[in-house]
Design a protein around this ligand. Sequence first.
Ligand SMILES: [Fe+2]
Ligand SMILES: [Fe+2]
Length: 447
Amino acid sequence: MKRRDFLKSSAILAVGTTVPAISLAETRQSKSGDILDAKTAKESLIDSAPMLQNYAENSMGVAFSVTDMANGFVTYGEKPDLSDGKTVKCGGYRVTDMNDKVMQIRLTGLKPATTYYYKIGADRICYKGGYDMHILGTEIDPRIYHFTTAGKEAKAHFCVINDTHVQWPAITKIADKLAELNPSCVVWNGDACNTEETIEAQKRIFLKPEINRKDYASETPYLFCCGNHDSRGLANRHMERVWMFRQPEERLSRDWDLGRNFAVRMGDIALIGLDTAEDKLDTNPLFAGLFSSEAYREAQKPWLREALKQPEIMSAPYLIAICHIPLYDPDPTANPGDLRPADKAPNYSPDYASWQRTCAQLWTPLLQEAGCQLIITAHQHLYRYDAPTQNRQWAQIVGGGPKMDKGTKEYPTIVEGEISDNKLKITVHNILDNKVQDVFTFDSRKV
Ligand SMILES: [Fe+2]
Ligand SMILES: [Fe+2]
């Protein structure tokens, strides 16, 4: 067996193994040199496996949960034993990001399509004031994880999941299937949340899920396209505290607030990630003027225009866009999300956006001109394929819902994309019945 193949098999085994959430305290050393044993420390400082966030060519985010005031770090390198390891602390310039909830470490300056190994750790901090702070001890998760960055030479293989809505039976099966498929990255296409008021609730969804595969995102990097539910609740107004933004240098100052939009190349495929925002108008009285989706959608147009012109995106034979709310609906009575002022009008249903006409008008001309073959969406909880037409040259896939009851139409899907026989092959997996629902192939665009 070649070394590369061996590593891949090891990865599958590692992902397939149920890892206890708390088995992490390899090293706990106090400032004075005393070893802190389990009796000394009340509970493990690190209480989740790491989650890889915002898959990219030159950077990778690592997030994990902590139980006490802490300063997290990642040690990473290209050697499996980390003998070449460099350590990066959480936070940016000026101060580290000391907090008692989530450690976020963004590794930058990485090489494209390269495998890196990494370990996580955290210092437990005693903080009593601006001049009175010290490190009580350090915990290091003994497991060495690994990831591979994106890039032209990376394996073109992705999966899209959506509308999981904190439904553990569905998420358990989805995580099992993802471990079997072992893609280069997974796009979580929105409505991971319902309405989340606390960081603890957000941590439960992304970092401490109630499934066996606590390490579901420790070696498979994730991308995130927000759904309407991912903006609801006090905590979700600052989702970036749990699901980090990309580094500021990864976007223009104009695009400061577009922290999770992505344009990423993996092999022959370019993936574009957009955020359709709320499914209610900013003027809907239900939201009391506290949402600003309209400006946000418009701000993504110049970002998209330039993202499509990036050389690594322009030269990709296959261009796929991903966003939560559909950009087309064949049903003329489906609410298009622009029924002013309160999302209601005769002959339309429901009383929120079923699809997003505003986003379609802003973004799809650019995508069509670029030769985009497929837009993968979600939101309607009902799997559907919309074939291209004379005027609309892109196909649309709408992912399924979170239900696992026998016979339901709202079954979960995984949309898998890869290159097969020099074509883009899209496989839609039905997670309820554990079967392939549909397979589609797409020809290369002219590049
Ligand atoms: Fe949903
Ligand atoms: Fe939705």
